[in-house]
Design a protein around this ligand. Sequence first.
Ligand SMILES: [Ca+2]
Ligand SMILES: [Ca+2]
Ligand SMILES: [Ca+2]
Ligand SMILES: [Ca+2]
Length: 219
Amino acid sequence: MKKIVLVLLMLVAFAYAEEGKMPKVFDLDNFDDGTIMEAPAWWTFGDINAIPVNAMIYKGDPMVSYLGTQVLALKGKTKGWYVGGLGTYVGKDASRYTHLKLMVYGNGPKSGKLSLQVYDDDNKNMVLEQDVEDNYSPIFDDKFEFTQPVNWKGWKAILIPLVNFKDVNPTVGDNKRNFDSKDGSGGLIHFQIIVLADEKEGSVDMAIDDIKLIDMVGN
Ligand SMILES: [Ca+2]
Ligand SMILES: [Ca+2]
Ligand SMILES: [Ca+2]
Ligand SMILES: [Ca+2]
């Protein structure tokens, strides 16, 4: 009898632990709806052209079956490395995730760079307060960055451990990845992609797809 009670208690505890837990894979966007205006809504900045295009233009690429119906083309020119970028509000408890995964199309050895950014919500108010006078830098919350050089031709799956995202605003926030939603925090609040050219005066012609957060450790 004692054993049965113990097993029942363990089941109840397990059920409580699972409740409210994010799924093992969180799909941020696969662009198959053909828009960046909703689900989720992305903002763009700088001189980037971020346009959903038919995945069939990549027919013949070994990875084409992973692209669904649409991908997001990223094109633009620059006179000073920086082309532009796009971002979206996430506002979710992402504490269980270990990796960011995305598909990236490169156009050869000097395709450019993708600077990937995630933000937490250290002052726990579901908002990323930004200084519009200072390049929209966060006022209270951490900004973490990982830069991925794109130097291949075709589609490639990129898997980046979240621990590789480094805090780039040491005087703001607590410099720790607080992606949980404890005490009203927005968890992982913003996700951004900055597109950089490989030459000071140059152009980029890349594409991305299937952005997700994955728990590579848990069940
Ligand atoms: Ca897609
Ligand atoms: Ca905040
Ligand atoms: Ca910081
Ligand atoms: Ca933090």
